[in-house]
Write a protein that binds this ligand. Structure first.
Ligand code: UTP
Length: 417
């Protein structure tokens, strides 16, 4: 039976006549590619997400509470030693793997190419973000006499370039057999009339489905099964753009295991009550990160009996999971958030349109939305100047300039000690 007619019926059902027109114009391989792509799209889901963009967000009646945390700097010596030892054993025994999320678009930084290929101007010569991450992992390998399996998540958009870059740089000396690159899932981009955008290469335009896609993509790619085979019991997930990221922290591991928890995260203290960061809390008894826009001023300013902000533990994207917890999440459907963004597309005459203002919705799930699936999680507060120097914006806060300063200041201090 001719698949084309089924596809046309599907597109008619979901009001995507412009894609039928495109399909009718294509021939041979290009046509088959488009048919295959359409066949893999869940139109019902996409249209539901599009409809949600028109609905007002319902604020549920919520009970918000502060979350308990441990301060790495203030741990009693015996506790610190105990956790350190537990963590060290896990890493030495080869039960620890690291995932770097590198599938983002990095639109704010505006660097052409994957963010990990951005060179930060440090110590004269400069270092690529991937190079900095590799150095961190290599140091841990040396210290714990192991090779930590490293999984890098890319997007369809940046996968080829990422691989070429790492190959060209010989993985910055990391044992290539222990680096696995997997591609995250994508979702179509939809305009304000609910029409899927068409890209320059005559396909439906898709974009990575947010960092929450890490869970399902690790499983779908076979990497989760691979980890199990290797005997991995703990998975750390971090971003590609924090140049002070500690990718093998024995205290975080030891704390999580000792407390019998399945997930944990690191935090830094919010610099002021209105800093635009997400903070950890408990909502209706479950751990959650609440975005700054959702936190009423009065609650954001609340202090505890020691005069510290009650909701002051900000997220720095350093998450740890048992492999069982990761697998459990990978089978759940996380909610999608929509982001109204500028996306170029081909119009009905085949002309590329580059919009000057946002024109379409991109759908993303957030990695931390999974936390509320658990009763509890561990939070380890760390020092900002030692563990958090993100490269997000082109200029100003969290830019290459601030990251360079923090990076050099930290390493100068380490060298002088
Ligand atoms: P951000 O949310 O800061 O996004 O990602 P970004 O893509 O780096 O930058 P903007 O917002 O477009 O300017 C935080 C981390 O999550 C990864 C990013 O690569 C970064 O390490 N990420 C984000 C993914 O791996 N996939 C995604 O779909 C989104």
């Amino acid at each position: 039976m001719d698949k084309t007619q089924d596809i046309i019926n599907l597109l008619e059902e979901y009001n995507q006549g412009h894609i039928i027109d495109l399909l009718n114009k294509l021939e041979g391989e290009k046509k088959q590619e488009l048919i295959k792509q359409i066949d893999n799209i869940d139109f019902h889901e996409i249209m539901e997400l599009y409809d949600n963009t028109k609905k007002e967000i319902q604020i549920k009646e919520n009970k918000i509470e502060a979350i308990t945390y441990f301060d790495k700097e203030k741990l009693a010596k015996d506790k610190k030693n105990k956790w350190d030892k537990i963590g060290e054993e896990i890493i030495r025994n080869g039960q620890y793997a690291v995932i770097t999320m590198a599938g983002g678009q990095g639109t704010r930084l505006g660097h052409t190419g994957p963010k990990g290929t951005f060179k930060l101007d440090v110590y004269g010569k400069g270092k690529y973000l991937f190079e900095i991450l590799t150095e961190n992992l290599k140091e841990a390998n040396q210290r714990y006499n192991t090779i930590i399996p490293w999984y890098i998540m890319t997007s369809k958009e940046n996968n080829k370039e990422t691989i070429e870059f790492l190959e060209k740089n010989n993985y910055f000396g990391y044992d290539k057999n222990n680096v696995t690159i997997f591609i995250q899932n994508e979702l179509p981009i939809v305009n304000t009339e609910g029409k899927l955008l068409i890209s320059k290469d005559l396909k439906i335009k898709e974009a990575s489905d947010g960092n929450g896609g890490t869970y399902s993509s690790l499983r779908a790619s076979g990497c989760l099964a691979d980890m199990k085979e290797k005997g991995i019991k703990w998975i750390f997930v971090g971003g590609v753009d924090n140049v002070l990221l500690k990718m093998a922290d024995t205290i975080l591991l030891g704390m999580t295991k000792d407390l019998g928890l399945a997930i944990s995260s690191k935090s830094v203290v919010k610099s002021n009550p209105h800093e635009k960061v997400g903070v950890f809390c408990k909502i209706n008894g479950h751990p959650k990160i609440i975005e700054y826009a959702e936190l009423p001023d009065k609650i954001a300013e609340e202090v505890d009996s020691r005069g510290e902000l009650k909701y002051g533990e900000s997220n720095i994207m350093c998450h740890l999971y048992t492999i069982e917890a990761f697998e459990k999440i990978s089978k759940e459907t996380l909610m999608y958030h929509s982001a109204f963004k500028k996306n170029s597309y081909l119009d009905e005459n085949g002309k590329e349109i580059i919009p000057e203002s946002p024109n379409s919705y991109k759908f993303e799930s957030f990695i931390f939305d999974a936390f509320e699936l658990f009763e509890d999680m561990g939070i380890l507060r760390v020092k900002r100047e030692e563990e958090f120097a993100p490269v997000k914006n082109r200029e100003g806060a969290d830019s290459p300039k601030t990251a360079k300063e923090l990076y050099e200041k930290y390493w100068n201090k380490v060298k002088n000690n």
